[in-house]
Every structure is written in C-alpha cells, then in structure tokens.
Design a protein around this ligand. Structure first.
Ligand code: C2E
Ligand code: MG
Ligand code: MG
Length: 557
C-alpha cells in the first residue's frame, strides 16, 4: 500500500478508541492506531519494525497466525478470544474480530480488538464469590452442594464411605455479644483454619453461614475416620481463641449423615445431618451424633407433639390443671394449692409435664402454656380466698418478653391479689437465664411470692439466693425420699431447714409419702408439707371436694 494512503488511514483510525491494526499476507503489522499501541505496550515504530515473534511468546503467535490464515482463506469474519502479553508482561484477554480486505489490489487483514480483561476478571471474581464464603474463603453451600452431588453420583455406582458432617459452634453468640462482631468474625476465620487443617485436601470444608459449617468427608473409612475427625474438630473448637479484643472459649456440636449407597438425595442428606446436629445440641452440646432412622423417628415424634401442643393450646379442652395442696406442718391447714398442668392427648392419652414440657420449652410454646395455666388457675383458686396459689415457671418463661407485665395483667383481670400468688422457679432457671434476677425482683416488688423449687438438685447455694430474696424454699423430693434410708440426706435437709430459718426463708418439703418422713420434717422445723401422703394432685372437681372437707375439719377443730 502506498505511503500516502497509509498516512490518510492513520489519521482516521487514530480517532477511534478501539485498538485497530492492519496486517499483510506475511503477518506483518503495517498500520495500527494509538489504542492498539497502548494495548500492546510498544511504540508504533517498534511494532511496525518487528515481527510478531519479536513481540509475543511463540505459542501466542502461532494462535494469531492460524487465525490470520483462516481469515485470508475464508473471506468471512473471524472472531476469537485470545490472550495477549503486552510489553509489561501483563496478560490481557482480548476479543479480536478479523476480516480480509483488498486495498489497492493487496490482500490485507483488518483487526478490531476489544479488551475484555476487566470484564473477564469480574466474571471470575463473581464466579468465585458465587461459590465461596467471603469471610473465610471456604466453599459455600453452592459449591458444597455441587461436591455432594458428585459424591452421591459416585455412591450410586459403588458403596460410598463419604459422610456429611454439620458443625455448629456453641456459645458463639455470647462471643459476638461480649467482644463484638469483629472478634466474632475473627473467631470464625480461625476456626475455619483449624478445621481445614484437620481434614484432607480431598475433603470439603464449607461455611453455610453464621457459625454453621459443614464437612464433606470423601472417605470416612467405615466410620472410624469420621469419629476421629469429629473428635479432633471438637477439640479444636474447645481450644481458646485469641483475638485482639480478647480471649474466647466456645465449643462445637456435630451431626453426621452417611452417604451410604447414594439412595438418599442431597436435600435428604442435609436434613439427616441437621437432625443429627439437633440431637447433639439437645444432648448437651460439645459432642457429635450420628443420624439413624431410630433417632429420626424420635425427633419426628417430638415435632408432631409440638404441632399437637399448638393445637391443644387453641382447642381448649385437652389441657387441664390438677391441684396439689400444701399443708401446714403444724396443723394440716391447707396453705396453698400448686397448679400442675395435664394434657389429655387425643391419641396418646393422659400426658404429664415430663412428657411435653421439653417440647414446650424448645418450641417457645411454654410462654402461651404458662399464661394459660396462670389464667385458668387464678380463676379456679379465686373461689378459696384463704389459700395461696402456687404456679411453676420454667426457664423459657423467665426469659420471655415482658413476663412481669403479662403476669400482672392476668392477676388484674382475674382480680387475684399478687400476694396470693407464689411462683415456683428452679435454681437452674435463675442462674442460667440472663436477666432472670431482674425479672424476679420486679415480680417480688409487685407483691408476688417467690419459691425456690426442687431445692438441692441445682447449685444449692443459698448465697445465690440472697441476690433475689426468696420467700420460700422447697426441698426436692429426692432428698425427702432418701431421708429415712441415708443419714446423708437428712443432714442436707436439716442444714437447709436451719439455714432457711436463720435467713428468714420458709422451708417446704415436697414428695412426702410416709408418716416417718412427715414426723421427721416436722421435727426439723419445715413449715409446709406436700406429697402423696397428704394428697395427690387432684382435678378441679376433686379439689372442690377436698377444699370443702378441709374447711369442715377446720371448723370442727
Ligand atoms: P414440681 O413443681 O416439683 O411438682 C411436683 C411434682 O411431683 C408433680 O409432678 C407432682 O405430681 C409430683 N409429686 C407430688 N407429690 C409427690 C409424692 O409424694 N411422690 C412423688 N413421687 N411425686 C410427687 P408433675 O405434675 O408430673 O410435675 C412435674 C414437674 O413439671 C413439676 O415439678 C413442675 O416443675 C413442672 N410443671 C408442672 N406443671 C407445670 C406448669 O404449669 N408450668 C410449668 N412451667 N411447669 C410445670
Ligand atoms: Mg413446683
Ligand atoms: Mg419440685
């Protein structure tokens, strides 16, 4: 091409922001614009006086030339994505669109280049982000699922030794609350590193979110290795975590589901690991549990019971209350009636609190149940103004929103004097619940009496109790039961009775079943007694009769 023509074209293409160059049949660049020079990173003179081999790695040049030859042969557009190494040795990804043109009788190739490096990098970053957790860099749920699907496919061909393990940190929320989110994030990162160091490269450690992780063990070696790895993860979680904000102690709970012969699908596998984890948490955390059909059955039954309890709370006629009297140790006068909830289950028959309180606690239904009991018991016991009403309060109620307001509301609507209500709480509930002490203080300030139930089974520290000023301590029936058999128990009962009277706290004993026990407890100075010897829990109409009889006896005396 003549020089003047080239110069004319040069002026035009230099205006264009897109890199453009023209090559002749010998693969020599004869014309290129400013943008192309920028892209290649060489001065125009250098490019025009060099061959491709001078500027680019040979393997790249071979690709370029093959594309050039295709274009010269085919007389159609050719568009390829290529890697170009520029003068600074940085690799750019470009899409080059080439077309044969004939100028002045000469076959030439015009190439227009689009630099897609930033776009491709963003794409790669998005792909990475879509499959990884930003905080830890671990695979996320998507990538885990992909790997699970591969394992399941493998398992369908040949029995698999793979296992899915759910890992959940215990007490992580407390670290977050105490040391802040930054420390929480750091702990998560450190824990991710610890777990990654425990498993093999062929295993997948994923973060599912929050403090939940999962491990996909490629080869669990008949469960032996699973147990080994689980124990190591448990140990790793228990080691203190050092952060700039301070030191933290957590733990972990693990749930294991085996892939077996791949007969389960991915969703079911996740569910199984979750069921096993749930069980590990229920059994006190800091341990691992393995999914089994038997476990699944038990947990399904619990969930069914939860649904049934929800219905029972609205249905109205399945829940009832029994009342068990507390008698004065001195003169057998009825001092109070303790409300004990019962559930006439349509399928399972009569259930006692032991059968369903756990489920109520775990599901939060305890709050509604507790309100129902209080409302109903107030209405019933209002008939006997000379006695108090004792109602049990469990941990879930103590930590519930605005317990004080709701209790006082119920009392007001029932026109039931707060001083006639005794709330029975356990030591465990008071000491384990945040804010329980404050709540109890408010209740007591409103005139409600506080009773420490099942005393002796918890920390048994009366000093704890001075913090909230208890009105009454109820010695647990296990001590009363053993009292006549072992000297030890009676010493405990004696100590509580003495300490109670010195602190001005009334002492009651529950579970009194024999005359010997009654005589002994009386001698120790217990003020009130409760138990089968005196009366079993009675249903509403039995309670009415009982109260009539005891009123008659009192008059006769
Ligand atoms: P608790 O408050 O310690 O109640 C005493 C339990 O001992 C009752 O069992 C009662 O039937 C039983 N009992 C009474 N006298 C004797 C005796 O002489 N010998 C023996 N072996 N047992 C006796 P129940 O009704 O099964 O209640 C169990 C627990 O469930 C209660 O223990 C209480 O903590 C809880 N509970 C009962 N009703 C409610 C309720 O409405 N709300 C809440 N939150 N908890 C409740
Ligand atoms: Mg009680
Ligand atoms: Mg008790």
């Amino acid at each position: 091409m003549n020089v003047q023509r080239l110069a004319d074209l040069q002026g035009i293409i230099d205006v264009m922001p897109t890199p453009i160059f023209v090559k002749n049949r010998d693969h020599r660049i004869i014309l290129l614009n400013e943008s192309a020079c920028e892209l290649f990173g060489h001065a125009r003179e250098v490019i025009l006086s060099s061959s491709d081999y001078d500027m680019w790695p040979a393997e790249q040049v071979r690709v370029f030339h093959a594309a050039d030859d295709r274009v010269f042969a085919l007389d159609t557009f050719d568009e390829v994505e290529e890697q170009v190494t520029n003068a600074e040795h940085s690799v750019r990804t470009v899409i080059t669109r080439k077309k044969k043109v004939i100028i002045g009788g000469e076959e030439l190739l015009v190439a227009v280049v689009t630099d897609v490096t930033a776009y491709r990098e963003a794409e790669a970053r998005n792909r990475y982000l879509a499959f990884h957790d930003v905080l830890t860099g671990l695979p996320n749920r998507m990538l885990l699922n992909e790997r699970i699907d591969q394992e399941l496919l493998r398992a369908s061909r040949r029995k698999s030794e793979a296992a899915l393990i759910y890992v959940d940190l215990d007490r992580f929320k407390e670290v977050n609350d105490a040391l802040g989110h930054q420390a929480g994030d750091e702990l998560i990162r450190q824990f991710a590193e610890r777990v990654t160091a425990i498993v093999r490269a062929s295993d997948t450690v994923a973060r599912l979110g929050g403090d939940e992780f999962a491990i996909l063990l490629h080869d669990a070696g008949d469960g032996v290795q699973t147990a080994e790895i689980c124990n190591r993860v448990l140990t790793a979680a228990r080691q203190p975590f050092m952060m700039t904000e301070g030191q933290a102690h957590v733990g972990a709970s693990l749930g294991i589901a085996d892939l077996g012969s791949g007969e389960v699908n991915r969703v079911e596998l996740h569910r199984r690991a979750d069921v096993a984890l749930y069980q590990a948490k229920r059994e006190g955390r800091g341990c691992y549990r393995i999914f089994s059909d038997e476990l699944d059955g038990r947990i399904k039954a619990r969930r069914a019971l939860e649904t049934d309890l929800r219905c029972a709370l609205t249905a109205g006629d399945q829940l009832t209350i029994d009342y068990q009297p507390l008698l004065s140790a001195r003169d057998n006068r009825v001092m109070a009636l303790e409300a004990l909830v019962r559930w006439e289950h349509p399928r399972l028959g009569l259930l006692t609190p032991a059968d369903f309180l756990d489920v109520a606690e775990e599901s939060g239904l305890i709050v509604a149940l507790g309100e129902w009991v209080l409302e109903r018991a107030c209405a019933t016991v209002a008939k006997w103004p000379e006695v108090s009403l004792a109602v049990n309060i469990s941990p879930g109620q103590l930590s519930s929103e605005n317990l004080v307001g709701r209790v006082l509301g119920i009392l007001e609507r029932a026109r039931f004097a707060p001083a006639r209500l005794q709330l029975e709480v356990t030591e465990h509930a008071i000491l384990d619940m945040d804010g329980a002490v404050e709540t109890l203080k408010e209740l007591r300030a409103a005139g409600i009496k506080l009773v420490l139930d099942d005393f002796g089974t918890g920390y048994s520290s009366l000093s704890h109790l001075q913090k909230i000023e208890i009105d009454k301590v109820k010695i647990d029936r296990s001590f009363v039961a053993e009292m006549s058999l072992l000297g030890g128990s009676s010493a405990i009962v004696q100590a509580v009775a003495t300490l109670g009277s010195s602190l001005g706290i009334a002492v009651t004993a529950e579970g009194v079943e024999t005359e010997d026990q009654r005589a002994f407890l009386r001698a120790l100075g217990c003020e009130e007694l409760q138990g089968y010897l005196l009366s079993r829990p009675l249903n509403e109409s039995e309670t009415g009769n009982y109260m009539k009889r005891s009123a008659a006896t009192a008059r006769a005396a």
